[in-house]
Design a protein around this ligand. Structure first.
Ligand code: NDP
Ligand code: OXD
Length: 311
Protein backbone atom coordinates (compact mmCIF):
# COMPACT_ATOMS: atom_id res chain seq x y z
CA UNK A 1 0.00 0.00 0.00
CA UNK A 2 1.29 3.52 -0.84
CA UNK A 3 2.14 5.71 2.17
CA UNK A 4 2.23 9.46 1.63
CA UNK A 5 3.04 12.71 3.42
CA UNK A 6 1.07 15.82 2.49
CA UNK A 7 2.87 19.20 2.58
CA UNK A 8 0.83 22.39 2.95
CA UNK A 9 2.05 25.95 3.30
CA UNK A 10 1.24 29.33 1.81
CA UNK A 11 4.76 30.37 2.74
CA UNK A 12 7.40 27.62 2.82
CA UNK A 13 9.08 26.21 -0.28
CA UNK A 14 8.35 22.46 -0.39
CA UNK A 15 11.55 21.64 -2.36
CA UNK A 16 13.99 21.19 0.57
CA UNK A 17 11.42 19.20 2.54
CA UNK A 18 10.78 16.98 -0.50
CA UNK A 19 14.53 16.36 -0.84
CA UNK A 20 14.98 15.46 2.83
CA UNK A 21 11.93 13.16 2.82
CA UNK A 22 13.13 11.40 -0.35
CA UNK A 23 16.51 10.79 1.32
CA UNK A 24 15.29 9.79 4.80
CA UNK A 25 11.94 8.14 4.02
CA UNK A 26 12.10 6.79 0.45
CA UNK A 27 8.97 4.74 1.03
CA UNK A 28 6.90 7.88 1.75
CA UNK A 29 5.37 9.58 -1.28
CA UNK A 30 5.77 13.39 -0.86
CA UNK A 31 2.74 15.34 -2.09
CA UNK A 32 2.12 19.08 -2.05
CA UNK A 33 -1.38 20.38 -1.44
CA UNK A 34 -3.56 20.79 -3.53
CA UNK A 35 -2.05 17.87 -5.52
CA UNK A 36 -2.97 15.41 -2.76
CA UNK A 37 -3.58 12.33 -4.91
CA UNK A 38 -5.43 9.39 -3.31
CA UNK A 39 -6.46 10.67 0.14
CA UNK A 40 -6.35 7.16 1.68
CA UNK A 41 -2.55 7.08 1.16
CA UNK A 42 -1.82 10.09 3.38
CA UNK A 43 -0.50 9.15 6.83
CA UNK A 44 1.28 12.38 7.75
CA UNK A 45 0.64 16.07 7.13
CA UNK A 46 3.52 18.56 7.27
CA UNK A 47 1.95 21.99 7.36
CA UNK A 48 2.17 25.66 8.16
CA UNK A 49 -1.34 26.33 6.78
CA UNK A 50 -3.80 24.36 4.72
CA UNK A 51 -7.35 25.12 3.58
CA UNK A 52 -10.02 24.55 6.23
CA UNK A 53 -11.57 21.10 6.10
CA UNK A 54 -8.74 19.36 4.22
CA UNK A 55 -7.24 17.55 7.22
CA UNK A 56 -10.65 16.13 8.12
CA UNK A 57 -10.90 14.46 4.69
CA UNK A 58 -7.76 12.33 5.22
CA UNK A 59 -9.10 8.99 6.55
CA UNK A 60 -5.72 7.41 7.48
CA UNK A 61 -3.98 10.52 8.85
CA UNK A 62 -1.78 9.46 11.80
CA UNK A 63 -0.06 12.73 12.75
CA UNK A 64 0.17 16.39 11.85
CA UNK A 65 3.62 17.99 12.04
CA UNK A 66 3.53 21.78 12.20
CA UNK A 67 6.14 23.84 10.38
CA UNK A 68 6.06 26.48 13.12
CA UNK A 69 6.06 26.92 16.88
CA UNK A 70 2.59 28.48 16.87
CA UNK A 71 -0.33 26.33 15.73
CA UNK A 72 -3.28 28.73 15.84
CA UNK A 73 -3.27 28.89 12.03
CA UNK A 74 -3.86 25.11 12.00
CA UNK A 75 -6.28 24.84 14.92
CA UNK A 76 -8.49 27.64 13.60
CA UNK A 77 -9.91 25.08 11.11
CA UNK A 78 -13.46 24.40 12.44
CA UNK A 79 -13.14 20.83 11.09
CA UNK A 80 -9.70 20.19 12.67
CA UNK A 81 -9.59 16.41 13.31
CA UNK A 82 -9.10 16.42 17.08
CA UNK A 83 -8.36 12.64 17.09
CA UNK A 84 -5.10 13.20 15.15
CA UNK A 85 -2.09 14.25 17.27
CA UNK A 86 -0.49 17.58 16.33
CA UNK A 87 3.22 18.17 16.99
CA UNK A 88 4.83 21.63 16.76
CA UNK A 89 8.39 22.85 16.42
CA UNK A 90 10.26 23.40 19.68
CA UNK A 91 12.79 26.21 19.30
CA UNK A 92 14.40 25.14 15.96
CA UNK A 93 16.49 28.32 16.09
CA UNK A 94 13.54 30.51 17.12
CA UNK A 95 14.54 31.13 20.75
CA UNK A 96 17.82 32.86 19.92
CA UNK A 97 16.21 35.04 17.26
CA UNK A 98 13.25 35.98 19.48
CA UNK A 99 15.65 36.95 22.22
CA UNK A 100 17.74 39.02 19.79
CA UNK A 101 14.64 40.81 18.49
CA UNK A 102 13.19 41.51 21.93
CA UNK A 103 16.55 42.58 23.36
CA UNK A 104 17.01 44.95 20.45
CA UNK A 105 13.69 46.58 21.35
CA UNK A 106 14.29 46.55 25.11
CA UNK A 107 17.76 48.10 24.77
CA UNK A 108 16.48 50.70 22.30
CA UNK A 109 13.88 51.78 24.87
CA UNK A 110 16.16 51.41 27.88
CA UNK A 111 18.93 53.52 26.27
CA UNK A 112 16.37 56.09 24.95
CA UNK A 113 17.61 55.67 21.40
CA UNK A 114 14.39 57.15 19.95
CA UNK A 115 15.17 60.38 21.84
CA UNK A 116 18.75 60.38 20.58
CA UNK A 117 17.57 59.75 16.99
CA UNK A 118 15.26 62.76 17.34
CA UNK A 119 18.04 64.85 18.87
CA UNK A 120 20.33 63.95 15.97
CA UNK A 121 17.69 65.13 13.48
CA UNK A 122 17.52 68.40 15.45
CA UNK A 123 21.36 68.65 15.78
CA UNK A 124 20.82 68.82 19.54
CA UNK A 125 23.63 67.75 21.92
CA UNK A 126 21.94 66.70 25.15
CA UNK A 127 22.89 63.90 27.56
CA UNK A 128 19.84 62.26 29.09
CA UNK A 129 20.09 60.62 32.54
CA UNK A 130 21.23 56.99 32.63
CA UNK A 131 19.09 54.26 34.22
CA UNK A 132 20.60 51.09 35.65
CA UNK A 133 18.95 47.90 34.30
CA UNK A 134 18.15 46.93 37.89
CA UNK A 135 15.78 49.91 37.94
CA UNK A 136 14.06 48.92 34.68
CA UNK A 137 11.38 46.26 34.75
CA UNK A 138 10.54 44.13 31.75
CA UNK A 139 7.54 41.81 31.70
CA UNK A 140 7.40 38.75 29.49
CA UNK A 141 3.91 37.36 28.80
CA UNK A 142 4.38 33.65 28.14
CA UNK A 143 7.16 31.67 29.78
CA UNK A 144 7.33 28.77 27.34
CA UNK A 145 10.20 27.70 25.11
CA UNK A 146 10.66 31.22 23.71
CA UNK A 147 9.52 33.41 26.62
CA UNK A 148 11.61 31.59 29.24
CA UNK A 149 14.70 31.87 27.03
CA UNK A 150 14.17 35.62 26.68
CA UNK A 151 13.39 36.13 30.37
CA UNK A 152 16.59 34.35 31.39
CA UNK A 153 18.70 36.54 29.06
CA UNK A 154 17.02 39.71 30.34
CA UNK A 155 17.70 38.68 33.93
CA UNK A 156 21.33 37.91 33.04
CA UNK A 157 21.66 41.49 31.72
CA UNK A 158 20.44 42.76 35.08
CA UNK A 159 16.90 43.84 34.15
CA UNK A 160 14.15 43.43 36.73
CA UNK A 161 12.50 40.60 34.89
CA UNK A 162 8.93 39.47 35.45
CA UNK A 163 7.11 36.70 33.68
CA UNK A 164 3.50 35.60 33.33
CA UNK A 165 2.22 32.16 32.41
CA UNK A 166 -0.95 30.08 32.68
CA UNK A 167 0.40 27.67 35.28
CA UNK A 168 2.83 28.48 38.14
CA UNK A 169 6.54 28.64 37.29
CA UNK A 170 9.77 28.98 39.24
CA UNK A 171 12.63 30.48 37.22
CA UNK A 172 15.79 31.75 38.90
CA UNK A 173 16.09 35.55 38.86
CA UNK A 174 12.59 36.03 37.42
CA UNK A 175 9.56 37.18 39.35
CA UNK A 176 6.88 34.80 38.16
CA UNK A 177 3.13 35.45 38.06
CA UNK A 178 0.39 33.27 36.66
CA UNK A 179 -3.26 33.15 35.73
CA UNK A 180 -5.80 35.93 35.73
CA UNK A 181 -5.21 36.41 39.48
CA UNK A 182 -1.55 37.29 38.86
CA UNK A 183 -2.04 39.45 35.79
CA UNK A 184 -2.69 42.81 37.48
CA UNK A 185 0.39 42.64 39.70
CA UNK A 186 2.50 41.48 36.74
CA UNK A 187 1.37 44.36 34.54
CA UNK A 188 1.57 47.07 37.21
CA UNK A 189 5.38 47.13 37.09
CA UNK A 190 6.06 46.05 33.50
CA UNK A 191 7.59 49.17 31.92
CA UNK A 192 8.35 47.17 28.80
CA UNK A 193 5.86 44.40 28.01
CA UNK A 194 6.90 41.64 25.62
CA UNK A 195 4.11 39.35 24.34
CA UNK A 196 5.23 35.78 23.67
CA UNK A 197 1.95 33.94 24.20
CA UNK A 198 0.34 31.43 21.87
CA UNK A 199 -2.89 32.59 20.24
CA UNK A 200 -5.71 30.67 21.90
CA UNK A 201 -9.34 31.40 22.73
CA UNK A 202 -8.08 32.71 26.12
CA UNK A 203 -5.37 35.01 24.75
CA UNK A 204 -7.09 36.42 21.66
CA UNK A 205 -7.50 40.18 22.17
CA UNK A 206 -5.78 40.02 25.57
CA UNK A 207 -3.85 43.24 24.91
CA UNK A 208 -6.87 45.50 25.10
CA UNK A 209 -7.75 48.80 26.71
CA UNK A 210 -8.08 47.26 30.16
CA UNK A 211 -4.70 45.51 29.98
CA UNK A 212 -2.88 48.54 28.57
CA UNK A 213 -4.42 50.74 31.29
CA UNK A 214 -2.74 48.57 33.94
CA UNK A 215 0.77 49.16 32.56
CA UNK A 216 2.81 52.00 34.05
CA UNK A 217 2.40 55.32 32.22
CA UNK A 218 5.01 55.61 29.44
CA UNK A 219 5.27 51.85 28.91
CA UNK A 220 6.32 50.16 25.67
CA UNK A 221 4.62 47.15 24.07
CA UNK A 222 6.66 44.64 22.07
CA UNK A 223 4.40 42.10 20.32
CA UNK A 224 6.28 39.24 18.70
CA UNK A 225 3.65 36.52 19.11
CA UNK A 226 0.48 36.96 17.03
CA UNK A 227 -1.31 40.12 15.83
CA UNK A 228 -4.65 38.93 17.15
CA UNK A 229 -3.42 39.20 20.73
CA UNK A 230 -3.81 42.96 20.35
CA UNK A 231 -6.93 45.09 19.89
CA UNK A 232 -5.49 47.55 17.38
CA UNK A 233 -7.95 50.38 18.15
CA UNK A 234 -7.15 50.12 21.88
CA UNK A 235 -3.42 50.19 21.17
CA UNK A 236 -3.78 53.29 18.97
CA UNK A 237 -5.89 54.96 21.68
CA UNK A 238 -3.27 54.18 24.36
CA UNK A 239 -0.55 55.67 22.15
CA UNK A 240 -2.68 58.73 21.40
CA UNK A 241 -3.35 59.37 25.10
CA UNK A 242 0.36 59.10 25.88
CA UNK A 243 -0.26 56.26 28.33
CA UNK A 244 1.81 54.05 26.02
CA UNK A 245 5.03 55.57 24.75
CA UNK A 246 5.92 53.13 21.98
CA UNK A 247 4.86 49.93 20.26
CA UNK A 248 7.22 47.56 18.49
CA UNK A 249 5.18 45.14 16.40
CA UNK A 250 6.20 42.14 14.33
CA UNK A 251 2.78 40.53 13.89
CA UNK A 252 -0.62 41.80 12.79
CA UNK A 253 -4.30 40.84 12.58
CA UNK A 254 -4.02 40.38 8.85
CA UNK A 255 -0.68 39.81 7.18
CA UNK A 256 0.67 41.39 5.08
CA UNK A 257 -0.42 44.55 6.92
CA UNK A 258 -2.75 46.55 4.67
CA UNK A 259 -1.03 49.63 3.12
CA UNK A 260 -3.65 51.96 4.63
CA UNK A 261 -3.22 50.66 8.20
CA UNK A 262 -2.31 53.51 10.59
CA UNK A 263 0.56 51.49 12.12
CA UNK A 264 2.67 52.05 8.98
CA UNK A 265 3.01 55.79 9.53
CA UNK A 266 2.55 56.11 13.29
CA UNK A 267 5.57 58.01 14.66
CA UNK A 268 5.76 55.83 17.78
CA UNK A 269 5.18 52.46 16.12
CA UNK A 270 8.09 50.43 14.80
CA UNK A 271 7.07 47.47 12.68
CA UNK A 272 8.60 44.48 10.92
CA UNK A 273 7.00 41.86 8.61
CA UNK A 274 6.68 38.81 10.95
CA UNK A 275 10.41 38.13 11.03
CA UNK A 276 11.07 38.22 14.78
CA UNK A 277 12.04 34.57 14.46
CA UNK A 278 12.01 32.20 11.52
CA UNK A 279 12.74 28.49 11.91
CA UNK A 280 16.26 27.60 10.78
CA UNK A 281 15.57 25.15 7.94
CA UNK A 282 18.19 22.55 8.93
CA UNK A 283 17.10 22.56 12.58
CA UNK A 284 13.41 22.40 11.69
CA UNK A 285 14.03 19.55 9.25
CA UNK A 286 16.15 17.64 11.75
CA UNK A 287 13.31 17.92 14.29
CA UNK A 288 10.70 16.84 11.74
CA UNK A 289 12.81 13.88 10.57
CA UNK A 290 13.40 12.80 14.18
CA UNK A 291 9.66 13.00 14.87
CA UNK A 292 8.76 11.06 11.73
CA UNK A 293 11.27 8.37 12.75
CA UNK A 294 9.69 8.21 16.20
CA UNK A 295 6.23 7.91 14.65
CA UNK A 296 7.36 5.15 12.31
CA UNK A 297 8.93 3.32 15.26
CA UNK A 298 5.82 3.72 17.42
CA UNK A 299 7.64 6.08 19.80
CA UNK A 300 6.42 9.42 21.20
CA UNK A 301 7.39 12.50 19.17
CA UNK A 302 8.26 15.88 20.74
CA UNK A 303 6.10 19.01 20.75
CA UNK A 304 2.66 17.51 21.35
CA UNK A 305 -0.04 20.21 21.28
CA UNK A 306 -3.17 20.06 23.42
CA UNK A 307 -5.86 21.23 20.99
CA UNK A 308 -8.29 21.82 23.87
CA UNK A 309 -6.09 24.59 25.35
CA UNK A 310 -4.79 25.66 21.93
CA UNK A 311 -1.02 25.29 22.33
P1 NDP B 1 5.04 27.62 24.37
O1 NDP B 1 3.80 26.82 24.18
O2 NDP B 1 6.30 26.93 24.68
O3 NDP B 1 4.80 28.70 25.53
C1 NDP B 1 3.59 29.37 25.69
C2 NDP B 1 3.61 30.12 27.01
O4 NDP B 1 2.42 30.92 27.10
C3 NDP B 1 3.60 29.18 28.22
O5 NDP B 1 4.40 29.70 29.25
C4 NDP B 1 2.13 29.19 28.64
O6 NDP B 1 1.90 28.96 30.02
C5 NDP B 1 1.76 30.63 28.31
N1 NDP B 1 0.31 30.76 28.15
C6 NDP B 1 -0.50 30.12 27.28
N2 NDP B 1 -1.78 30.47 27.47
C7 NDP B 1 -1.79 31.34 28.51
C8 NDP B 1 -2.80 32.02 29.20
N3 NDP B 1 -4.09 31.89 28.89
N4 NDP B 1 -2.44 32.83 30.22
C9 NDP B 1 -1.13 32.95 30.58
N5 NDP B 1 -0.11 32.32 29.97
C10 NDP B 1 -0.45 31.52 28.94
O7 NDP B 1 5.19 28.52 23.05
P2 NDP B 1 6.54 29.10 22.41
O8 NDP B 1 7.27 29.82 23.48
O9 NDP B 1 7.22 28.05 21.63
O10 NDP B 1 5.91 30.14 21.35
C11 NDP B 1 5.09 31.22 21.76
C12 NDP B 1 4.42 31.86 20.56
O11 NDP B 1 5.34 32.66 19.82
C13 NDP B 1 3.88 30.90 19.50
O12 NDP B 1 2.66 30.32 19.89
C14 NDP B 1 3.73 31.81 18.29
O13 NDP B 1 2.44 32.38 18.29
C15 NDP B 1 4.76 32.90 18.54
N6 NDP B 1 5.80 32.90 17.53
C16 NDP B 1 6.00 34.04 16.76
C17 NDP B 1 7.01 34.11 15.82
C18 NDP B 1 7.31 35.38 15.09
O14 NDP B 1 8.18 35.41 14.24
N7 NDP B 1 6.67 36.48 15.39
C19 NDP B 1 7.88 32.95 15.56
C20 NDP B 1 7.61 31.82 16.42
C21 NDP B 1 6.61 31.80 17.36
P3 NDP B 1 2.29 27.56 30.71
O15 NDP B 1 3.82 27.57 30.77
O16 NDP B 1 1.68 27.66 32.04
O17 NDP B 1 1.76 26.48 29.83
C1 OXD C 1 5.84 30.31 14.23
C2 OXD C 1 5.96 31.54 13.46
O1 OXD C 1 4.87 30.16 14.95
O2 OXD C 1 6.82 31.57 12.57
O3 OXD C 1 6.75 29.47 14.16
O4 OXD C 1 5.24 32.51 13.68
Amino acid sequence: MTKAILFGSDFDDPAPFRAVCAREFPALDFRVWPEAGRLEDIEYALIWTIADGVLATLPRLKAILALGAGVDQILRDPAFPIRVPLYRLLDAGLATQMTEYALHGVLDVHRRMADYRRQQRERKWLRLPAVDPSARSVGVMGLGVLGAHLAQRLAALGFRTRGWSRTPKVLPGIECFHGSAGLGAFLAASEILVVLLPLTPETRGIVDRELLRQLPRGATLINIARGRHVVDADLLAALASGHLERAILDVFHDEPLAPEHPFWTHPRVTLTPHIAAQPIAELAMAQIVANLRRLEAGETPTGLVDPRVGY
